[in-house]
Design a protein around this ligand. Sequence first.
Ligand SMILES: Nc1ncnc2c1ncn2[C@@H]1O[C@H](COP(=O)(O)OP(=O)(O)OP(=O)(O)O)[C@@H](O)[C@H]1O
Ligand SMILES: Nc1ccn([C@@H]2O[C@H](COP(=O)(O)O)[C@@H](O)[C@H]2O)c(=O)n1
Length: 232
Amino acid sequence: MGLQQLHCEFRYRFSRFAACMQQHRRQERAEIRGAGSLPTNKKVSVIFVLGGPGSGKGTQCANIVENFGYTHLSAGDLLRAEIKSGSENGTMISNMIKEGKIVPSEVTIKLLQRAIQENGNDKFLIDGFPRNEENRAAFESVTGIEPEFVLFFDCPEEEMERRLLGRNQGREDDNIDTIRKRFKVFLESSLPVIEYYNSKGKVRKIDAAKPVGEVFEAVKAVFAPAVEKVAA
Ligand SMILES: Nc1ncnc2c1ncn2[C@@H]1O[C@H](COP(=O)(O)OP(=O)(O)OP(=O)(O)O)[C@@H](O)[C@H]1O
Ligand SMILES: Nc1ccn([C@@H]2O[C@H](COP(=O)(O)O)[C@@H](O)[C@H]2O)c(=O)n1
């Protein structure tokens, strides 16, 4: 075999190998979707709601739901419900939450997938997710969903600490030791995700240190133009 023939043969074999790999990866992604009973063809619009612990995400999500027709999915609430349900992952999740650590993405994503699938709405506020780069990349590759934008509640630590210590909802992670751990995780793992979306022009930053009503005025200004566009 001449050198040129050898080169052609190599190129042919390599292109077959590359096509094979591509097909394998496509199949793998489809299988993961199926395994999570994910909406394979449900078209949804998603907004990620991010911010430090106690920045007021849940409070503002309730206002957005009431005014703009979204469904609120809190990753933390779904994890707490999973513990209560007696799931085999319950003890692991409970230990992670007590330590302020981030639960493995596959667990949280399955819960989010199920909640999206079971809900009749097609507009979701996903609160407290993605919490780190692994959450972000896994969600995108498993669901193929990209957020419309990220609503970021920016609040100083002292104010968040004051709010969490006064929340009084019996949460096991609202104690000073766990709160400090959660702040550390937010700074080290969650802020980089917000920076990632910021570099793509997707972050809508809200000054969350103000009173609830004033924060919601700023939130409305983010949502209202989108609603006006649909109505026009
Ligand atoms: N703008 C605000 N001013 C004062 N208190 C607030 C404000 N927003 C929320 N709060 C109060 O602060 C506490 C934390 O708020 P919320 O639960 O909405 O925060 P969060 O960001 O969802 O917290 P987490 O991430 O821990 O779930 C609650 O007791 C809430 O009533
Ligand atoms: N994507 C997530 C979201 C939450 N957690 C764990 O739940 C705790 C409470 O979350 P809140 O949003 O309700 O404050 C959080 O500290 C994590 O332990 C998670 O692992 N992954």
